[in-house]
Ligand binder design. Sequence first.
Ligand SMILES: [Mn+2]
Length: 324
Amino acid sequence: MRMKKNNTFSEIRVALAEAENILILPHVKADGDAVGSASALTQILRKDGKNVYAWAAEEPLPSLAVLAHEAYVTEIPEGFTPDLLISVDCADIDRCIDRVQFFPDVKILNLDHHVTNTRFGDLVYVIGNLSSTGQLIYQLFDSLGYKINKKAARSILGAILLDTNRFYYSSTGTRTLEIAAEIIERGVNMAELCEELFGNNPKEKMRLLAMAIERAEYFAEGRGVFCYLPQEVQDQAGTDNTDDIVEALRDIQGVELALLLYDYKGTLRASMRSFGSLDVGKIALKFGGGGHRNAAGITFEKTNVDKVSRELLSTLEALFVRKN
Ligand SMILES: [Mn+2]
């Protein structure tokens, strides 16, 4: 299969210029990068005189609301008919098909940074291994000559901070840090933004984290860790917010790979994190999911949890064997 190449700046410029009403689509269960990028893009394009909404599948998580602006909505105004759709941070069209389906004849511009991006859409601008879609949008729209105002810049910085885990991950490049610096120069207070993003964990969320650590089981001689959070446990904690749990598991001493399984709205989700060359992205692809080398996820129809976890664990265990 020949992969569709990225469209040129001038092709993207033309598509944007021709559009009047633009609908931006962050992926389902939008994370900070999706909310921040989509929100920033509404600002950038509105300043350019466009009629723009970011249409999300659900309300942003309370912890991410600081990145969402007024045009970030879960319902678009009646009669709003887009002439361009922009998918944001979606590796696959499945991640936004719930909304794309209403506009089957409208062009899609696919903006993303996942190496596994299927390059769907009529126009594509994807740079795999870039820190975040936030960074991609900053670079692209800066190059195209758009003004990125303070509000947009703040959301982009939030997207970068969240997708790099505060510049922790190897996807943090020199350009990532330059962009952060440019945004700070623009008057955005990064410490204040960090406090809002990272210093506001609800007690229920921390309780679920504690329960996850308690329930964790180790494999591959402590180099791997696994935890399953069934609905009952989430109910007991009082939240279904599993954010940051898989990262906390991975950050346990000696652990190089973490697998979190959890019930989510009638489905079973797997979230994986790893260090170095342990490629969980490939494993996710094999099971019908997606992501990056060190961060990936899969959604399963809720069937047999034991069977799914056994299959996943033995596949993950084989990663270690091959490495030794
Ligand atoms: Mn992202």
